[in-house]
Design a protein around this ligand. Structure first.
Ligand SMILES: Cc1ncc(COP(=O)(O)O)c(C=O)c1O
Length: 409
């Protein structure tokens, strides 16, 4: 099956003419979505194994998400200044805090913004509790934390993008899953360690429990703030509400975005009281963060995900997906070289060139994304059924056994 979306080509041209060329537009133009499916402008159907890169946690057009939006629209109350309390913000805050090792939350608008807030909080904590020049961070090779300057300075890609420099000084890159390499970088100047429990953009490498727990101990022993960047891994994707719970460690600060809004742009960072008490009114802020519309969506989306039966189903779906992928790997010879990731954040290394592989999958009705140099990333809605997983496996099989794909050099 090769899908054609003829009307998409005109839209692709208009997009290329009017939008900065940072995302090469596909020749398929999407129009609507429902459940785990996206539909193009000709009505062709695509199984969404990207979910906006781990964003549409409940899939598309989910009643809980829609209720979060509609309820606020019906009240005509979508925005107010941050100093007013309102039910949606407090409800969302209590729900997240009551299900986490953190005591307080601050809502913002995106992942990068959440990371910025977390970095500022870690620095402020060290400034008041350790020394005024304790301002540096340990981060990891193959990391990704966002595109604002604080976040990108701790993202390995910045090292290969000198055109945007100078970056913030004082970021030290350790090897992921290697505690000794972290120990070797600890000095009196290190205020924080920033880590993704599973490296997303870097290629779906999961942290080991031993490493993540060891990191927590190392940070505790040295009064260093451990920041768990759960922007991609958090809010159900590991089969637990928070990713650190899956690996059983306790960070001092947690960053969230993506799945927390289920498709609505929102971010947040959470912290323990003894850490966030260094923040005084006016130290940090945002115009849109914590607005009634976004937080009402967060409240309804997270209320769905936090249900034990929902999280149990995510774990079941993940186990089923990995089982099917292992069977496919065994069946297709040397096509799949590694199966990586954790939960419903799955990576496949194959012998094929990733760009062509993704294009062929799309033409066969499957949307997925690239991570790292050559990893196929599957981050479907957390609501994906076993039948839909079977469909994804079938499409992957069709493409990798088709003799159409160029291999890696
Ligand atoms: C782990 C992690 N941190 C931060 C970000 C940045 O989030 P945003 O794109 O919302 O700024 C991302 C986005 O992919 C991410 O995966």
């Amino acid at each position: 099956m090769t899908i054609k979306n003829s009307s998409g080509e005109a839209l692709q041209k208009r997009a290329n003419d009017s939008i900065m060329p940072l995302y090469p537009h596909k020749h398929i133009a999407l129009e609507k979505a429902d459940g785990c499916y996206l539909y193009d402008t000709d009505g062709n159907k695509y199984l969404d194994c990207a979910a906006g890169i781990a964003v549409s946690s409940l899939g598309h057009n989910h009643p809980a998400f829609n209720k979060g939006v509609q309820e606020q629209l019906d009240k005509g109350f979508t925005m107010c200044v941050g100093s007013f309390a309102h039910e949606p913000k407090v409800n969302a805050a209590e729900l997240l805090v009551n299900n986490c090792c953190s005591d307080k939350i601050f809502f913002c608008n995106s992942g990068a913004e959440a990371v910025e807030g977390a970095l500022k909080l870690a620095r402020a904590y060290a400034h008041y509790n350790r020394s005024e020049d304790c301002k540096e961070f340990i981060v990891f090779k193959n990391s990704f934390h966002g595109r604002t300057y604080g976040a990108v300075s701790g993202t390995q890609k910045s090292l290969s993008q000198p055109q945007f420099g100078p970056y913030l000084p004082g970021y030290h890159f350790a090897d992921f899953n290697d505690l000794d390499s972290v120990k070797a970088l600890i000095t009196d100047k290190i205020c924080g360690v920033l880590v993704e429990p599973v490296q997303g953009e870097g290629g779906l490498t999961a942290g080991t429990t031993e490493f993540l727990q060891g990191l927590q101990k190392l940070c505790n022993d040295n009064d260093i703030i451990l920041i768990s960047d759960e922007i991609q891994t958090g809010i159900g994707r590991m089969g637990t509400l928070f990713a650190h719970a899956h690996f059983d460690y306790e960070p001092d600060i947690i960053t969230l975005a993506k799945g927390i809004g289920g498709g609505f742009p929102v971010g947040a960072f959470m912290a323990k009281d003894h850490v966030c008490s260094v923040f005084k009114p006016g130290d940090h802020g945002t115009t849109y963060g914590g607005n009634p519309l976004a937080t009402n969506v967060v409240y309804h989306v997270v209320s769905e995900i936090v249900k034990p039966e929902f999280l149990a189903r995510v774990r079941e779906a993940s186990a089923y997906f990995y089982d099917q992928l292992e069977a496919l790997q065994a069946e297709t010879g040397d096509a799949i070289t590694a199966i990586k990731g954790q939960g419903l954040m799955i990576g496949l290394d194959t012998k094929f060139q990733i760009k062509e592989l993704l294009a062929e999958l799309l033409e066969n009705g499957l949307v997925a994304t690239q991570a790292g140099k050559n990893t196929l990333r599957l981050t479907p809605p957390l609501t994906i059924s076993n039948t839909e997983i079977d469909e994804a496996i079938k499409k992957i099989k069709t493409v990798i056994t088709s003799d159409n794909l160029p291999c890696l050099e």
